[in-house]
Ligand binder design. Structure first.
Ligand code: TXA
Ligand code: MG
Length: 374
């Protein structure tokens, strides 16, 4: 059985010394119950500012195994460890934070940035968290519930996104319930995630530093830190099944709704590209829907019964994307035509997720550019 509890982030705060304050007894009872479960090796899903995470004690292999099992996640794809303070990295994980990270931590923590650290010989993390690599990934989340859960239980939490492997990441407790009901012990419902895409993963243990996964903090924001970080390089977009990559997560199918996603690049108002695409594909008995972003408008979408706007701004598109992919499945959509965005600022992470979700990428005339799994 999976238990479901609501918890208002308003009941929680951290004082200027980073000490947890809980203002009502219901909130405390939920945190206590979750903490008991975590200490007994169980899994608890909780909201973060990016997406919902599926947490377990990062110090226990038996607990971390439950995460891989519930998600059906390949065991060579390592997990991010979540902490409630920088001291926890030093005192509990016995890791030193290299100086190059200090300006990033100062500017972006707590928040949607994950850093890669060397794993010391006495690091107590379960080897399942790091998939036997000599580095580990860590972040300090900004969502008060996430941070409170870690602080209250005094456990670093391994937490991937709380979706079934290959499905879009969850941005509502309902999404977690849909994918993982009966497979995990508890879900804490703290409302909708504010960022909507996962954290940015950076590796500053190499020179030049690498952006391993675009996410909630943009490449431009990191470059603007200056110095060492102004030279940050983009990691490879894709990798073969047996290729060893810096971010193993890159090689797996991801973010895929059941509907086939067709990604339209540089299509202007979309009219010509959509018309040509529909003409070529003869999708007569199929339920077709549109997801619009910057330029597709009422004119473009007039003939299409199912149209959803993700918003025109990068932060809105990020926040709404995963939920819209899941909604398409609930409506029984067969083919989802999606308007691409430019790769600046939030656009880089949005396009990274859309390219992984896509079955086909088409050009400004609706002609096939890349077939992935159409
Ligand atoms: O926003 C997020 O990061 C969410 C929330 C729940 O915090 N978590 C999340 O975790 O997205 P997950 O497991 O879905 O993605 C973790 C990513 C994967 O791409 C994985 O390959 C990479 O981080 N990663 C983990 N440890 C790594 C390491 N030692 N070196 C390189 N990449 C690593
Ligand atoms: Mg994930």
């Amino acid at each position: 059985m999976t238990s479901l509890f609501k918890l208002s982030p308003k009941a929680i705060s951290f004082d200027s010394n980073g000490v947890l304050q809980i203002s009502d007894s219901t909130a405390e009872a939920v945190l206590k119950e979750a903490s008991l479960l975590l200490h007994s090796g169980k899994t608890v899903a909780f909201p973060t500012e990016t997406v919902y995470g599926l947490g377990a004690s990062a110090l226990s292999s038996a607990a971390v195994e439950q995460i891989y099992k519930a998600k059906n996640r390949p065991s060579d794809n390592p997990l991010i460890t979540h902490v409630s303070s920088v001291e926890m990295i030093e005192n509990v994980l016995h890791a030193k934070v290299p100086l190059v990270y200090l300006p990033l931590i100062q500017k972006f923590w707590p928040g949607p940035l994950t850093i890669i650290l060397p794993r010391e010989f006495d690091c107590p993390l379960s080897p399942l968290v790091t998939a036997n690599q000599d580095t580990f990934a860590v972040r300090l989340p900004a969502n008060p519930i996430a941070r409170a859960l870690i602080a209250y239980s005094n456990l670093p939490l391994a937490a991937p996104s709380a979706n079934a492997s290959t499905r879009p990441s969850p941005t509502l407790a309902d999404h977690v319930y849909y994918d993982l009901n009966e497979k995990i012990s508890m879900i804490i419902d703290g409302g909708a995630c504010s960022v909507g895409l996962e954290s940015t993963v950076v590796d500053g243990t190499v020179d030049p530093p690498m952006l391993l996964r675009p996410g909630g903090i943009s490449l431009e924001q990191i470059e603007n830190i200056g110095g060492f970080w102004s030279n940050i390089q983009l990691g490879k977009k894709t990798a073969g099944k047996y290729e060893k990559v810096r971010t193993p997560g890159m090689k797996y199918k991801h973010y895929s709704p059941t509907a086939k996603v067709i990604l339209f690049l540089n299509s202007g108002d979309g009219k010509i590209a959509i018309k040509n695409f529909l003409h070529n594909e003869l999708l007569i008995d199929k339920k077709v829907a549109l997801l619009t972003t910057k330029l597709w408008n009422e004119d473009t979408t007039a003939d299409c019964v199912y149209t959803t706007s993700l918003g025109r701004k990068g932060d809105e598109i990020s926040r709404n994307l995963f939920s819209a992919l899941r909604d398409a499945d609930l409506k029984g959509i067969d083919v989802l035509l999606v308007e691409a965005v430019g790769e600046e600022k939030e656009g880089l992470a949005i396009m990274n997720r859309l390219e992984k979700a896509a079955s086909r990428i088409v050009d400004c005339k609706g002609n096939r550019l890349v077939d992935l799994k159409f």
